[in-house]
Design a protein around this ligand. Structure first.
Ligand SMILES: Nc1ncnc2c1ncn2[C@@H]1O[C@H](COP(=O)(O)OP(=O)(O)OP(=O)(O)O)[C@@H](O)[C@H]1O
Ligand SMILES: [Mg+2]
Length: 632
């Protein structure tokens, strides 16, 4: 029983634990995946904001240089008199200090007057430059990101042009020169005379093609040039359409991946979305979590993208590590839970087991078992109750044993005395009959002098005969002649037969009779009458000063037993006599009054009726005889 119960408990515990473990693993994996991906996207998204700030900052820098130049008297004065020699050095100086690639001067119609980086080329129209156009038409400073043809940059000098030339692979060469257009951060600021008449425009810019400085600056701000497993942790790239024009992503040979193109799929996704896009993308060879944001020109058209990314492997490793720790903890939890479950089932099974063993011992008659209660819960209560049950069983068992022993001893004693008495009575009966017959004959013929003595002989012999008859009655223990009779009626008869006795005694006796209706029972009417009469006479004898005689009958709860009680308020029976009163010839009555056979005979009769007879008595208070008889 122990093993199966324990196994059953364990199997259920383990099933619950494993289910919980598996569910938490599944949920944990989903959550951790979501969390690391969210972390990555958040981080990369925030990086994009910082990158945008770097570019805006550069544009502001250009704008303030251009705005400053347009407000100086030197520039204002230089415009009308067409003498540029004085202002040329000044603008070149300003350009270099501001870190600009170009800083030019044009008149109010947009005709280029001076290119500080390439003074030799002038007189063309700067109006194909959109920012200049906007500044002149709005009469205010304008800044924007622009894409200009490569040819226009060449006018700013061959050095700059060769610096930013990007030759794309493949057949699509967009310019005669073979280089892609150029993306520029541009700012233009109109020049006004003191009277408010606009007389020209100062414009300048910074080329983004091959502008490694700006992308490296973005990367350094974001990722401090960190490496992860030998790879750059972060990358920053500026695209013109789908071409990388400035980047710190590397080709296999270690050179910057300038001129390479964005995968068609991502390009279309970002273009279609028109806003920010975050996702996984392969940069040259490695996977990165990338985020892209469109770059728009002055007309709000998308001309390229700004993009930053972080090596995906770092997040993958982070996720792997988190998952490993999580699975480790879950596994540890499962193992620990199973261990605890095993202990727990032990604490449940062990007390039950010891109760089972104790029950086995009790069933084999060993009542001395005691189980030690281990806890204060229901099982502990059960163990305590079990102990209580065991000890009361033991007490009951002892009591039954004692009663049986007493009963057996009494029966044996009565039987042996009975045999002895019967033998003697039988032997005495015949001579006694002769003595009585002859003494009666003699009495009839005797004269006055002998008559008195012979009378005594006849009386005493008659008395002897009665005793012998009673003895024989007791010894014969004749089988009762059973017939259906009403116990209540027999009791009433016994009481009426003893009425004379009642009247004879001069003391006052109160008789009370409480008879419950009883079913008829099979009994020997005469024998029971003898029993009840003896009981009433005994009670009366016990109350020489008067008292109460109460007779009751009732049907016990089991419905199968009739109980008859005869109580008196007489002198009672001393403790030491209680055992002896059922013995033949035990009497406390004066000679000639009692033979001591009444109760002995009654005992035999009741036993033959399969009933019981018991007595309760207290000296000075009274005695109660309790007879039970089965309803048959
Ligand atoms: N109701 C009683 N109150 C006190 N003692 C009793 C009562 N009934 C019986 N006894 C005691 O038990 C003894 C035995 O009673 P039992 O009926 O066997 O014999 P007896 O009455 O003495 O003589 P017998 O009944 O043969 O005439 C009595 O002598 C008496 O001492
Ligand atoms: Mg008697």
């Amino acid at each position: 029983m122990k093993t199966t119960l324990k196994r059953q408990l364990l199997v259920r515990f383990v099933a619950v634990i494993l289910t919980t473990g598996v569910v938490s693993c599944v949920i944990g994996t989903v959550l951790i995946n979501k969390w690391t991906m969210g972390q990555a996207e958040d981080r990369v998204g925030n990086s994009l904001n910082a990158a945008r700030e770097v570019i805006n900052h550069r544009l502001e820098n250009i704008e303030s240089t251009v705005r400053f130049a347009s407000s100086t008297a030197l520039v204002r004065d230089a415009l009308p008199d067409k003498d540029r020699s004085r202002v040329r050095g000044y603008l070149e100086d300003l350009r270099k200090k501001g870190g600009l690639d170009t800083l030019d001067l044009a008149d109010e119609k947009g005709t280029v007057l001076l290119r500080s980086s390439n003074p030799g080329v002038a007189g063309d129209i700067a109006l194909n430059d959109e920012t200049v156009q906007k500044a002149l038409s709005s009469r205010a400073t304008a800044s924007s990101i622009e894409v200009v043809p490569y040819g226009l940059i060449r006018k700013e000098g061959e050095t700059l042009a060769s610096q930013c030339a990007i030759h794309r692979d493949g057949p699509a060469k967009e310019e005669q020169s073979g280089a892609t257009p150029v993306m520029v951060l541009m700012s233009a600021s109109p020049v006004f005379q003191k009277n408010g008449i606009m007389i020209g425009v100062v414009y300048g810019g910074e080329v983004l093609n091959r502008n490694n400085e700006i992308v490296d600056r973005i990367r350094d701000i974001l990722y401090r040039n960190e490496k992860y497993r030998g790879k750059d942790l972060g990358v920053a790239t500026i695209f013109l359409n789908n071409v990388r024009i400035a980047t710190n992503s590397r080709n296999e040979d270690g050179t910057r991946a300038i001129g390479t193109t964005l995968s068609k799929e991502v390009f279309e996704k970002v273009l279609r979305r028109g806003g920010r896009w975050v996702g996984k993308a392969q940069v040259v060879h490695d996977w990165y979590i990338m985020s892209y944001e469109p770059i728009r020109n002055v007309h709000n058209d998308i001309v390229g993208f700004l993009s930053v990314g972080m090596l995906e492997r770092m997040f993958a490793d982070m996720r792997k590590e988190t998952l490993t720790i999580f699975f480790g903890i879950t596994l540890l939890g499962v193992v620990l839970s199973i261990f605890i479950a095993s202990l727990l089932s032990d604490t449940i099974v062990k007390p039950i087991d010891s109760l089972v063993q104790a029950s086995h011992r009790i069933s084999q008659g060993d009542f001395s078992v005691i189980v030690t209660p281990r806890s204060k819960n229901e099982i502990g209560e059960l163990e305590a109750t079990f102990n209580l049950m065991a000890s009361s069983l033991e007490a009951r068992n002892l009591e039954i044993k004692r009663l049986t022993e007493r009963h057996m001893a009494r029966s044996e004693k009565l039987a042996s005395i009975g045999r002895l008495a019967a033998g003697i009575a039988h032997e005495i009966n015949n001579p006694l009959t002769s003595v009585l017959t002859f003494s009666s004959l003699l009495l009839r013929k005797a004269d006055e002098s002998q008559r008195e003595k012979l009378d005594i002989i006849v009386k005493e012999t008659t008395r002897c005969g009665e005793i012998v008859r009673e003895l024989l009655n007791f010894a014969r223990q004749s089988e009762p002649k059973k017939e259906a009779c009403n116990i209540n009626k027999i009791i009433v008869s016994a009481l009426s037969l003893t009425k004379n006795q009642l009247k004879v005694s001069d003391s006052r006796i109160n008789t009370a009779v409480e008879l419950q209706e009883l079913p008829p029972s099979m009994a020997d009417r005469d024998q029971l009458l003898e029993v009840f009469i003896n009981m009433v006479i005994n009670a009366l004898d016990a109350m020489p000063q008067g008292g109460d005689l109460t007779t009751k009958t009732r049907l016990l709860e089991d419905g199968k037993t009739i109980e008859i009680t005869v109580s008196d308020t007489g002198q009672g029976i001393p403790e030491e006599d209680l055992e002896k009163i059922f013995e033949p010839f035990f009497t406390t009555k004066e000679a000639g009054k009692g033979t001591g056979l009444g109760l002995a005979v009654s005992y035999g009769i009741i036993e033959a009726h399969k009933g019981s007879i018991d007595v309760k008595s207290e000296v000075g208070k009274g005695t109660t005889f309790i007879i039970t008889l089965p309803v048959e």
